[in-house]
Structure formats: C-alpha cells, structure tokens
Design a protein around this ligand. Structure first.
Ligand SMILES: [Ca+2]
Length: 222
C-alpha cells in the first residue's frame, strides 16, 4: 500500500510540475561496507588519515535504521572531504536526501553546481542553525536541527529567479523548516553536480547521508 501511495503521489507530481524523471537515486544499500572510493557515479576527494567517507551499516531513520548510509567524518587537518556526483539536467531540479549529524553541527555542506561554479550552498552553523550562502555572507533560516536525529531535506531550484526552496521534515513527518526564498551564490543556466562536503573548521564533524534522489523538471515558462 505504501508503494502504491508513493506511485500515485509521483503521478500527481508529474502532472503538476512536469517532472521529467529521476536522475539520481542512491540509498547506499548495494555497496559493501567500507570506503566509498569512487564507486558507481560517486567521486570522492580529500580522504586520508584525518577524513573518511564510508558506507556504514545503519540506514536512514526514515527506513527505521535498516540498510546502510554514507558517513562523512573529519577530525581536521585543513582539508575538506568531498563526495560528489555529476549529472546532466536541463532546467530546474529538486534534490532530496536524508541527513543526521551526530557529533556537533560543525559545517556539513551540500551544494549544487554548474560545472565548477557553485550555484547554491546550504550548511549549518556551529549552533546547528540551517543557513545558506549568498552575496558574500551566510544567512540563517532561523531554524536549528538537533544532533542525532534524522531529517529529510528537499531543495527545489528556481533558475529564473536564482532562488531555491528548502523543506525539512523529521521522521514523524512533521515539518521542521519551509523556506521559499533562499538565494543562489551565483546565477547559472543549468545544474550538473551535487556535492556533499564540510568546511575546513569541521573538526570532529560526523554526519550521515542516505536516500539521495534528484529529479529534473521544466516549469511551464521554460
Ligand atoms: Ca540506505
């Protein structure tokens, strides 16, 4: 029944928003546990004695903890561990992922890029507040996430206005954050790269990602 509801919800989404299909669908459950060393379409960088990016047992809280997830850890030597995936999208995209921060909120980062140009970047400050970067500064959304809890994050772009909507829910389905006017860092005409990373000061950062999906769609005006 659950999957039928999902399919029906998907059909509604197609008819309303003109979704053109899923480009990325990654639950990390098919990998052997261990380093995510450039497996599949993933590209991993800056992993060494101080930084690890590994597939670990224990999946998203949205899956009841079953399966596996991606763990990113940094105990600091000035490098930024990066896990990224390239894709080829025309028009706007919506990216969703499950997220849990365990050991402090020290700047986990997600960004969407067009080639090497950062279109948007979303992070948390050291108090856990969700923030986006634009016009040379971080801007808080006014909402903090708790440590050790899974959240489902959805980012939906509007290339025409260089803005994006942020939606975050918790495992009980409750809305944690809806923010419709986050600004891009740089205006772009297309998006082609999804990046999970952390800032240089992310010492002791330990966060998990699961159920990464990315769909592309064209709004009626594009
Ligand atoms: Ca999983």
């Amino acid at each position: 029944m659950k999957s039928l509801v999902k399919i029906m919800a998907g059909l509604v989404l197609v008819s309303v928003a003109g979704v053109r299909g899923s480009i990325i669908s990654e639950n990390f459950d098919s990998y052997a546990a261990g380093d995510l060393a450039n497996q599949g379409r993933w590209f991993v960088a800056n992993v060494n004695d101080h930084q690890t990016i590994t597939v670990v047992s224990g999946g998203s809280g949205f899956d009841g903890g079953a399966g596996q997830s991606l763990r990113m850890y940094d105990n600091g030597d000035g490098k930024q561990p990066i896990a990224s995936m390239n894709f080829n999208a025309k028009g706007n995209v919506s990216v969703t992922f499950d997220y849990k921060c365990v050991n402090g909120a020290h700047k986990p980062v997600v960004s969407l890029r067009s080639g090497s140009t950062v279109a948007l970047t979303l992070s948390m400050n050291t108090s856990g507040y969700v923030q986006y970067f634009s016009a040379g500064a971080w801007h808080t959304t006014g909402v903090a996430l708790s440590n050790d809890a899974w959240y489902r994050v959805t980012l939906t772009t509007d290339l025409a206005s260089s803005t994006y909507a942020i939606s975050i829910t918790d495992v009980s389905g409750g809305t944690v954050l809806t923010f419709s006017d986050a600004k891009f860092v740089t205006a772009v005409s297309n998006l082609s790269r999804l990046v999970f990373s952390m800032n240089n000061e992310g010492v002791g950062t330990d966060f998990y990602i699961d159920n990464v999906t990315l769909v592309q769609f064209r709004s009626p005006s594009r």
